[in-house]
Design a protein around this ligand. Structure first.
Ligand SMILES: Nc1nc2c(ncn2[C@@H]2O[C@H](COP(=O)(O)OP(=O)(O)OP(=O)(O)O)[C@@H](O)[C@H]2O)c(=O)[nH]1
Length: 328
């Protein structure tokens, strides 16, 4: 059980010593570029999107308290010194409902884990549930995996983490344990250092200043979706989605770059439509205003955003519709 190839963990494990041991790796040779793909996996709500955004240094993936906000495989890129880190974010592995939407989401998780250099398996520090176990069972043998024990800031009694880490070591041959908080800058820097040594020496895949391979159109739909969930709280089911109908760029004398976006919020029931629109259209207006302001910053352009709400009952159960909304 406790052979030498396994990470150091046990009852005598001192968390602070372990944190110190996980210091950034020695930088690679000056002439040697490194580049590799890192998958971030875990059940819904453990903090994958928060982690990705912190690693990339800019908001790429949307976050909210609602489980399964992330629906797409999102690539975030960060180039530091000689190393380029290409991150893929995956939707939380959904096991409770088995709709066409969930099947598509689960397929994305599988695709993301298959062909990567390193897996960050994210859990909440001190927790391990059946849902975590299901995601863990998807990890392919032979691909290095780090246990990211996130939300460390919420753990009051850190000493109790040692036996938990030991039990995690028995569940999977993790290469390293990284207890951390995705909201802590120092922890993020430390994580870069840890990841670096698992990436092969090879030429970068992307330009040094690229942050994502996602289009602005995609970022527009994600931004609207984030505001939608933020302003409807827990009332709106996660099956609601946003489709961009029009994305036109124009040059304007007064504003420089100008983008006209028309988007439809697709919900499943009339009651949800009323919820999104709100009293006298107030809520929809707020969603639109906040999304527009954020997109203007993100795209460095004047943005005109038009929002519609449509009811398409049962869309999440209909495979053809799921595909037509852009989920593979
Ligand atoms: N206290 C604390 N909260 C965190 C930390 N990381 C993430 N969170 C919070 O946890 C919640 C879920 O975070 P997300 O990043 O959306 O989680 P996710 O795993 O991407 O969720 P899905 O998209 O549903 O798969 C948010 O409210 C975050 O602010 C952390 O290190 N500490």
């Amino acid at each position: 059980m406790n052979d030498a190839s396994k990470p150091v963990a046990g009852n005598d494990l001192d968390l602070e010593a372990m944190l110190a041991a996980a210091k950034p790796a020695v930088a690679p040779a000056v002439d040697g570029q490194r580049c590799g793909v890192i998958a971030i996996v875990g059940k819904p709500n453990v903090g994958k999107s928060t982690l990705l955004n912190a690693l990339v240094g800019q908001k790429i993936s949307i976050t909210s308290r609602k489980a399964q906000t992330t629906r797409h495989r999102i690539t975030g890129i960060r180039t530091l010194h000689q190393t380029q880190y290409v991150f893929v974010d995956t939707p939380g592995f959904q096991t409770r409902h088995s709709t066409a939407l969930n099947k598509s989401l689960n397929k994305t998780v599988m695709g993301a884990i298959g062909d990567v250099d390193l897996v960050l398996f994210v859990v909440e520090a001190g927790n391990f549930t059946l849902a975590d176990a299901k995601v863990l069972s998807l990890l392919k043998p032979g691909i290095p995996a780090l246990l990211v024990a996130n939300k460390l800031d919420t753990v009051n009694r850190r000493a109790e983490l040692a036996p938990w880490l030991k039990s995690m070591q028995e569940r999977h041959p993790f290469n390293e344990f990284v207890p951390m908080s995705a909201k802590n800058k120092g922890d993020i820097e430390r994580l870069f250092g840890i990841c670096e040594k698992y990436l092969p020496e090879q030429a970068w895949f992307y330009a040094e200043d690229e942050l994502t391979d996602r289009s602005e159109k995609f970022l527009a739909s994600e931004t609207v979706r984030e505001k939608l969930f933020r302003f409807t709280g827990d009332e709106l089911p996660y099956t609601s989605t946003v489709v961009i109908d029009k994305f036109d760029e124009e040059k304007s004398k007064n504003h420089g770059r100008m983008v006209r976006i028309s988007a439809t919020i697709v919900v499943e029931r009339d009651g949800h439509k009323a919820m999104v629109i709100g009293d006298k259209g107030e809520r929809l207006k707020r969603i639109g205003t906040e999304a527009r302001q954020e997109l203007e910053k993100l795209m460095d352009a004047k943005v005109f955003l038009e929002l519609w709400v449509k009811v398409r009952s049962g869309w999440a159960d209909d495979e053809a519709r799921v595909r037509s909304f852009g989920y593979e």
